[in-house]
Design a protein. Sequence first.
Length: 428
Amino acid sequence: MQIHVVQSGQSLYGIAQAYGVTYQDIANANEIPDPSRIVVGQALVIPITGQYHWVQPGQSLYLIARLYGLSFTELARINGISPAVPLQIGQRLYIPPRPKGNAEVLLYVEPRAPVSPSFIEEVRRRAGSVTYMAMFSYEVRRDGSLKAPPLDTIPQIVRDAGAANALVVTNLEEFAFSADLAHAIFTDEAAQNQLFDNLIQEANRVGYRDIHFDFEIMNPEDRELYNSFLRKARDRFHAADLTISAALAPKASDVKTGIYGAHDYKTLGEILDFVTLMTYEWGFTYSEPQAVSPIKPVQAVVEYAVSQIPRNKILLGQNLYGYNWSSPYPTQGGAPARAISPQQAIALALEQNAAIQYDYVAQAPFFRYIDAEGVQHEVWFEDARSIQAKFNLIKQFQLRGIMYWKLGLAFPQNWLLLQDNFTIRKIT
């Protein structure tokens, strides 16, 4: 696969000719509804095996080979050229695909009643590309009972696709994460035992393989209570042949105060079978316009995580969405930003005739426009370049894999590049 960024004056037909594919191949891969209309700055995934490199001024065969982890003699052999002959600017060199490593993929699924046929079809479409489909969410009640999400035929579709079902249990109460609810469960042994019984019973009934805790915004002083709670859960679940995992807040150090304080990376890394890092929401509904998962803060979380938790237990978290902010921004008393999928962002840029820009520090695309009412907007989202940067991070730190929030947000380039970068591990 190759990532191509649309330049001014380019057409899909011309781009296709450069790569030796049809324009319809590119349109289908990127789910472009009208091949005659593309956006300047749009990142396209070109569906080819391997990729091409066009020689830039000052580049030698040796330098280009190093960029792609090849020897210059091998690169010359692949392209049928002599290593002794100088390269020409603009010369096209073929780069073969690199060996793929293994990775696990956890995709959160949030079905809402009634579960629509289109949602079921999206489950069917993506289930083969993941290790786990994680059902969000079973809400804990104070007596240890559970409020279950609507499942419809989702678990069977997941199993038929060779993926595993995971049960996500949360401390959501009245549509918000509740520190008080979490504390009540942590300090009531009878409620805990009832909860564990109910979770095991539901796992056996539905066919879940993993029980995944997404307890957020807890009291920092409940840190040891949460550790103890998960130890008990682990012992019960392992005895029932179930694994246990949890979502962790994005910490770059052992912060013991505030809403992230209850997440003890080192201890939870010892207790749990694997963890997912919630490495997103730097740009969020009530923030200034910015990247949702800028690469430097994400990497800082990963660097801290691998110092506390075995690398083979860590899944990097990734958003499948961005935000559209309008002026005045939320921090200035304006309306909250609206979530937007990558495909919706591209369609909006096309509609507004806005060129897509790329922030190379954040490794994220964005654009600005003024709407019909004269309101200034700024949109940050994800594209092929930004997701490849995260895949590179997973490889660099030798992580277990990736976690996505969430199914239903259209981002076809992600799924193409995921398959191109990794062999997806399945649970047997």
